[in-house]
Write a protein that binds this ligand. Structure first.
Ligand code: XUL
Length: 577
């Protein structure tokens, strides 16, 4: 009974695997199939899903690998007994920024897909002008980023127009470098896809348009105008001409739930899909993540992995060179705000290890025990009494992008009554004081950068997130959750979101459910909100808003902002000398 349709598939084409996840109209997960690139593919000398050219800081993935993976995942679902005839809609999530270069024969080969001629890899190997897709981990585009940052007069303006300043991984700088490095190949390229629209193209049997949210990861889309930015596209196109590049990029439907067309005959004949199965735009993996639950405006998601990612759905568009804004993947008038830190879990682990060393003992089954204990024993901001200065620091074992700073550690004392800030280790009992300080530092940075985007939940209560959802490895840590509530607030509390690593695929599947079952102008949040049983997915793990703590950390945010500016000023001076 439970597998009775209609069913919806969400794919997640990420760096290391392709996943297909099937839900029904009640959002119940019925099947999951995974193709792990390193373990399950054959014929590609990849490591962690990619190839590298270290001399040029290039990271890229073979496109044919993804073709092999798609047949692999579908075969996996068939093996599990999925009746493809019940699947009404398909959507997906793709690693952001990656680009696929189609050749002259792409449309004919896509259209001509035929069960009798073998799998996707065999039939489409001639469809590309270039066999590789530059990956989001690529950092070969410094020159192009510097140029993009200047096109509109500076990083602020580029961020204002496109939602982000130039970043190595963003598709505009990547396309520009590609056209310089391979001018002949670029000339022969008929269309360029993002990883998300590439996935949709495979199902449609022709090159699919970009998704309204994922297109914002290119530094080419003008978010205000809802169109490509003429100057940015002109610059990126160079001597090949604007019209040529616009043709390669294609149009972008405004509606994230747009009906792109029916699934290609190949899938009907080979797997038993219904000819009426509809393809919905695939989006980026981060935009798909915020669709894994009915995230309300002012709710925040904090992903505590190796790096920290902060995602919010918000009606406010307040771009800044250190942050990212994207169109919301489903809901016009909302934006996805994103912070992508390089330092997160690894930085905390370094201090955890130093604490364990100092303590001289370590619980082998929980290496965090000492770290958690000292973090909780330490007074907020190291202030034993109200007259003590606040201790705060920056702990970056890797170069950071939020803010743009080299690796290093800095410790300060801040006096909130007169605003004095002193770089010093006086009064710091390192590394013990650093356990709380690093958690505070990471969370104060989130509060600083999201404070203009939250709303007051009710009169007399300051603006703050409604709910804070923690995901990823660090979300198990109750100490972090407690301090997150103290610093970020959360009028409705701090929650752990238990969807494992299925967030992107789930979000994509929910997007397909919404696109095909919405009535009238029903929003994603309304439809999914009505069907989502939160008790199955979330657990409240800490209190959110606590007046006294929130106010104290509010003062600390001011000191934290000053501290960052101070460190940046010194770094700039050092660079000049
Ligand atoms: C976001 C980014 C990564 C990739 C991961 O800007 O580059 O999160 O989307 O797949």
């Amino acid at each position: 009974m439970s597998s009775q349709g209609p069913l919806y598939i969400g794919f997640d084409l990420s760096t290391q695997q392709l996943k297909g996840l099937v839900v029904n109209s009640s959002l119940k997960v019925l099947y999951v199939s995974i193709f792990d690139f390193d373990a399950d593919s054959h014929g590609f000398p990849i490591k962690k899903g990619v190839l590298t050219n270290e001399a040029e800081h290039e990271v890229f993935a073979p496109v044919a690998l993804w073709l092999q993976a798609l047949d692999g995942v579908l075969a996996g679902l068939a093996k599990q007994g999925l009746d493809f005839g019940l699947v009404r809609g398909i959507s997906g999530a793709g690693q952001q920024h990656g680009s696929v270069y189609w050749g002259a024969d792409a449309e004919a080969l896509l259209k001509g897909l035929d069960k009798g001629k073998g799998g996707l890899e065999e039939q489409l190997s001639g469809a590309f002008s270039h066999p590789y897709s530059p990956n989001w981990q690529d950092s070969s585009t410094q020159r192009e980023c510097d140029e993009f940052d200047e096109v509109l007069g500076g990083v602020e303006e580029l961020a204002r127009v496109s939602g982000s300043r130039a970043h190595h991984r963003f598709t505009g700088p990547q396309i520009l470098r590609f056209s310089r490095k391979y001018p002949d190949v670029y000339k022969k390229t008929s269309r360029i896809s993002l990883v998300s629209s590439f996935l949709a193209s495979l199902f449609l049997g022709h090159v699919a348009p970009f998704d309204i949210s994922d297109v914002c990861g290119m530094n080419l889309w003008n978010i205000h105008d809802g169109a490509y930015d003429e100057e940015l596209v002109k610059f990126c196109a160079g001597s090949f001409g604007v019209e040529d590049l616009k043709r390669k990029l294609g149009d972008v439907p405004e509606d994230g739930g747009h009906d792109l067309g029916k699934v290609h005959r190949y899938y009907v004949d080979r797997y038993g899909f219904s000819p009426d199965c509809t393809v919905i735009p695939s989006t980026g993996d981060n935009p798909a993540t915020i669709l894994a639950l009915p995230l309300r405006p002012s709710d925040a998601m904090v992903s505590l992995g190796t790096s920290t990612t902060f995602l919010m759905s918000t009606p406010s568009y307040k771009p800044d060179p250190a942050t990212h804004f994207f169109n919301h993947p489903t809901t016009p008038g909302l934006y996805m705000f994103m912070l992508c830190y390089k330092n997160g879990g690894l930085a905390r682990e370094q201090i955890r290890d130093a604490v364990n060393e100092k303590k001289g003992d370590k619980n082998p089954s929980n290496p965090w025990e000492n770290f958690d204990k000292v973090a909780l024993q330490t007074a907020p901001l190291g202030q034993k009494t109200g007259s003590d200065p606040m201790k705060m620091g920056l702990f970056f074992p890797r170069p950071e992008i939020v803010p743009n700073l080299r690796s290093g550690q800095w410790r300060f004392n801040y006096n909130p009554t007169d605003g004095t800030l002193t770089e010093t280790e006086n009064g710091w009992d390192g590394p013990l004081d650093e356990a709380r300080a690093i958690i505070e530092s990471q969370l104060l940075s989130l509060r600083l950068r999201s404070r203009g985007l939250t709303q007051s939940p009710k009169e007399g209560i300051p603006a703050q997130p409604r709910r804070v959802y923690l995901v990823g490895g660090g979300s198990k840590n109750k100490t972090i959750a407690k301090i997150a509530g103290e610093i970020l607030g959360g009028s409705d509390g701090v929650y752990k979101l238990e969807i494992g690593d299925n967030a992107c695929a789930l979000g994509a599947a929910y997007k397909a459910v919404w696109a095909l079952e919405r009535t009238g102008g029903q929003t994603f949040e309304d439809l999914i909100g009505q069907r989502w049983h939160e008790e199955e997915f979330i657990e409240k793990i800490a209190d959110g808003y606590q007046k006294e703590a929130f106010e104290r950390y509010g003062k600390a945010v001011e000191g934290f902002e000053k501290m960052e500016l101070e460190v940046l000023k010194h770094a700039a001076k050092k660079d000049r000398s």
